[in-house]
Design a protein around this ligand. Structure first.
Ligand code: ADP
Length: 454
């Protein structure tokens, strides 16, 4: 842009005199511009004054003084920033090849880009920037949308600094987010009057994922450290005080075996979760009959249910219920839900699996719903939205005592996400819980594995 300015300013004598002459010419030009811009207002005031003299008998001297004051105010009073920039922009000749190419490039970028003049006023912004700041206008100062002092300092220092800097800042309104702004002066070797390019990046999501990863590692280490500490304690006891006590040794070894299997369960669940996450973006392609999945889960869990004093009632779909899925993962979903119903349900009670076809409505495809219902103590409503978070448990001690890892429902959620399915949780404290899995049907398809009858 500065290259266009060079073409328009006529050559002037160098030195102090040259500068003075240049300033006077610039002053006259400014007055002329203001005069022409306000010509209609000046004519209107002249007509009003003349009418007042002729009709209302206003003194000519008063009328003349009034008119002169108005013209002086129009020509000399300082104007609003935005007004001046709008005028400057209007006077700017059509974008040169370089500027037009830059605008095109900025429009193609997925991140918000704003071009500022050296005074920090907006010359151009791309669509993502307009999406980010609804009130961003050409000609307004950048401080009207980003008020962070560090950012504004970086903008005002940009022409002198001559190199790009990145500033990170937090915003609370309209939504809480963390942003990174790269402020880059667009000047060529030693030139001070270049424009400034601002590139913005939303860091909120990246920082949230980093935080989740850190929390996950902290939780996983904590979960492993607890049984490990207990094992070390027992080993020390066996090496010292319980060395000669066969009864204590037997008791401690049983607890140690239980702690070791708790660690194994946790590591298995972590591996399972990481396997599902690795495949999260690869939708399953096999055709699976959900009746086959129900039968498999029933076969593996019925002995456990019996041992725990439960009756497992299993319903099935009247016809093959075919979905696109990974059979082993879908079996794991159902197993995790039934195991939870057995863990947290009331002993001696019933755990029911219900299968229901939901026909298609309008453009919504038909779906299959499998519900796992228990008559246990239920879950208070404030916990429901968080149940599928990793390591979230309503009662940590009760989960651990029942062999829980806090990862069962997180695995269910991840598997269902991969299958574009849904998990609905309904629970009434004191009455029980219903966990319902929903998957889209595949019409007119035969499953790739035979339907086993349970
Ligand atoms: P856990 O290994 O602790 O069972 P999950 O991810 O499977 O972990 O479940 C998370 C928490 O949800 C459990 O700790 C428990 O508090 C609660 N929960 C899950 N299923 C049920 C249920 N059927 N009845 C009552 N609470 C349940």
């Amino acid at each position: 842009m500065s290259d266009q300015v060079e073409h328009r300013v006529p050559a002037l004598p160098r030195g102090l005199l040259g500068k003075a002459v240049q300033a006077v010419i610039r002053g006259f030009r400014e007055l002329a511009t203001r005069f022409w811009a306000s010509l209609w207002q000046i004519v209107a005031v002249a007509v009003i004054m003349a009418s007042l003299v002729l009709i209302a008998g206003l003194s000519k001297a008063f009328a003349l003084i009034g008119f002169a004051s108005f013209v002086a105010s129009v020509l000399l009073l300082p104007r609003h920033d935005a007004e001046i920039v709008q005028e400057d922009l209007a006077r700017t000749p059509p974008a040169s090849g370089r500027t037009a190419a830059m605008q095109l490039m900025a429009e193609a970028l997925p991140d918000p880009v704003i071009l500022l003049n050296p005074a920090g006023q907006v010359l151009f912004c791309n669509a993502p920037a307009r999406g980010l700041f609804a009130s961003l206008r050409q000609g307004s100062h950048i401080s009207s949308v980003i008020r962070t002092p560090e950012f504004l300092d970086a903008v005002s220092a940009a022409p002198d600094r001559g190199r790009a800097v990145t500033v990170t800042y937090a915003e609370r309104v309209p939504v809480g987010r963390r942003m990174a702004a790269t402020v880059a002066p667009l000047s060529r070797g030693g030139e001070r009057a270049g424009n400034i390019l601002v590139l913005l990046r939303d860091l909120t999501e990246i920082e949230r994922i980093n935080q989740m990863r850190a929390d996950f590692i902290a939780n996983a280490s904590h979960e492993l450290r607890t049984p490990l500490a207990s094992l070390r304690g027992f080993i020390e006891t066996l090496q010292s005080s319980a060395k000669q006590d066969p009864a204590a040794r037997e008791r401690f070894l049983a607890i140690m075996a239980e702690q070791a299997s708790r660690m194994t369960r946790l590591i298995d669940a972590l591996l399972s979760l990481s396997r599902v996450e690795m495949n999260a973006h690869v939708p399953p392609s096999d055709l699976v009959d959900l009746n086959d999945v129900i039968n498999h889960a029933k076969d593996t869990l019925e002995p456990l249910a019996r041992e725990m004093g439960f009756r497992l009632e299993v319903g099935r779909f009247p016809r093959p219920a075919v979905v696109r899925g990974d059979r082993d993962e879908l079996v794991q979903v159902l197993q995790n839900l039934v195991q939870n119903a057995l863990k947290y349900g009331d002993r001696g009670g019933i755990v029911r699996i219900e299968a229901k076809h939901i026909p298609s409505i309008g453009r919504q495809a038909g779906r299959y719903a499998i519900a796992v219902i228990d008559k246990g103590p239920g879950i208070a409503p404030e916990h429901l939205p968080r149940l599928t978070e990793r390591f979230y448990r309503v009662d940590v001690a009760s989960s651990r005592e029942k062999g829980g890892t806090g990862l069962g429902l997180a695995i269910v959620k991840h598997i269902l996400n991969r299958h574009r399915g849904e998990l609905a949780i309904a629970s009434t404290p004191g009455k029980g819980s219903t966990f319902t899995v929903m998957l889209s049907e595949v019409k007119n398809a035969l499953p790739e594995r035979g339907t086993a009858v349970g």
